[in-house]
Ligand binder design. Structure first.
Ligand SMILES: [Zn+2]
Length: 112
């Protein structure tokens, strides 16, 4: 009955996948309603790339990966901002004031 087992396994896999997608869809809809937008510039970067997040931490994380992606593609205008961003994690005092300001800016935004 190996053939039958294989069929059952495939069906289960598809069903898991469907549940996963449905679950992510719900999560996405919930997050979209709370999303706020900041730009690369607002976070100290050089361009108007739009970042979305439900918290300042998420937007900062998005900016961090945006900076890394841009620099990885050879963009020189983002190198300084990436250096600043990395420096913030190493320098808790100046990093913290930037972080607080970003959180304040984020809190002052209205939802999208
Ligand atoms: Zn940028």
């Amino acid at each position: 009955m190996n053939g039958t087992d294989a069929t059952v396994k495939r069906w289960d896999e598809n069903s898991d996948q469907f549940q996963l997608v449905a679950g992510e869809g719900r999560l996405l809809r919930k997050e979209v309603s709370l999303l706020k937008t900041m730009t690369c510039k607002q976070l100290g970067g050089p361009c108007d790339f739009v970042l979305h997040g439900i918290s300042a931490d998420e937007v900062i994380k998005a900016q961090d990966s945006h900076l890394q992606e841009m620099v990885a593609t050879g963009d020189e205008t983002h190198q300084g901002a990436l250096k600043d961003m990395k420096g913030r994690w190493k320098n808790p005092i100046s990093g913290m004031s930037w972080y607080r300001k970003t959180k304040r800016d984020f809190a002052a935004l209205s939802d999208d």
